[in-house]
Design a protein around this ligand. Structure first.
Ligand SMILES: NC(=O)c1ccc[n+]([C@@H]2O[C@H](COP(=O)([O-])OP(=O)(O)OC[C@H]3O[C@@H](n4cnc5c(N)ncnc54)[C@H](O)[C@@H]3O)[C@@H](O)[C@H]2O)c1
Length: 273
């Protein structure tokens, strides 16, 4: 889609971080915005910031809630018009040692990072196809959806590989429907995802001693600090807008995963009979 001006964009996780960066770049390009998030205070801040630039509506929505998702979509389309730009971006980062993961954590990570994306596609794709006005879907995965590295985490990798696979398949299947598909695979981006995810993750999933808890908090802060050295969310927003305009499937934000992707590809090829 070369021109997003006047189009309606629906962005999940649009109140903070990368989603807000995408919202800012789209607002500058003249798109109208529907921001959906669970963080009501951040939604209000985003609206106050962006409403001088374009029409912005905000929606409190948990992307796991299918019924609420459908009624939110109806409300968005009756207020703003037909959604033709969909950004399935809401996500959480939970790191847990494989043997300490329990079902609560699996349900939490898969529920938001995978089912949230599925719910977005289920809700909007049919509407987009039936209207025949073109469109574009951007799913936010991660570099952790392209190769597993130490520290990327079983939970997170599993969910992000699913998002990459789904996006690649949609890209193939939607050729001819005038609906572009991109998958955003960022390296480190300077957002508050580590602490924000920890705040909403199921508590007491694993029993930890006070000492262990302290070490965990220290590790989280280390990861958070490392992310703050990464790309700014606003730069990512601009990269995403460019990829939509150029209809590109893969969106990388840096070369962070170059060596792991090479190693994985070589290992896959070497394992062929
Ligand atoms: N920050 C990074 O380094 C990085 C790297 C690779 C991929 N990503 C991915 O980018 C996406 C955005 O992450 P971010 O770094 O901007 O994080 P963030 O925490 O700054 O933003 C995520 C937003 O999603 C919202 N959210 C969380 N659960 C939700 C739910 N159930 N329903 C609706 N909204 C919900 C949060 O409230 C928040 O506003 C995620 O999918 C993440 O996995 C981030």
């Amino acid at each position: 889609m070369t021109d997003v001006s006047g189009r309606i964009a629906f962005i999940t996780g649009g109140a903070n971080g990368i989603g807000l960066g995408i919202a800012r770049s789209l607002a500058r390009a003249g798109a109208k915005l529907a921001l959906a998030d669970v963080d009501v205070a951040a939604l209000a801040r985003a609206k106050a910031e962006l409403q001088g630039m374009t029409q912005v509506e905000t929606y409190q929505l948990d992307v796991r809630d299918r019924i609420a998702y459908a009624s939110t979509a109806d409300e968005v389309e009756s207020r703003l018009g037909p959604v033709s730009l969909l950004f399935n971006n809401a996500g959480v980062l939970v790191a847990e040692a494989p043997a300490k993961i329990n079902y609560d954590l699996w349900d939490f990570a898969l529920g938001i990072n995978v089912n949230g994306v599925i719910n977005g596609v289920q809700t909007f794709l049919r509407r987009m196809v039936e209207r025949r006005q073109g469109g574009h879907i951007v799913n936010t995965a991660s570099g952790a959806g392209l190769a597993a590295t130490t520290g990327s985490g079983v939970l997170y990798c599993t969910t992000k590989y699913a998002v990459v696979g789904m996006s690649e398949a949609l890209n193939v299947e939607l050729r001819g429907a005038d609906i572009g598909v991109s998958v955003l695979c960022p390296g480190p981006v300077a957002t508050g995802i580590v602490h924000r995810s920890h705040e909403v993750a199921p508590k007491g999933a694993v029993q930890l001693s006070a000492e262990h808890e302290k070490r965990r908090a220290g590790l989280r802060e280390q990861i958070n600090q490392a992310l703050q050295q990464g790309t700014s969310p606003d730069t990512v927003g601009e990269m995403v807008l460019r990829a939509v305009r150029e209809n590109r499937l893969y969106i990388h934000t840096d070369r962070f995963m170059e060596e792991p992707i090479k190693a994985r590809t070589q290992a896959l090829l070497a394992a062929l009979p």
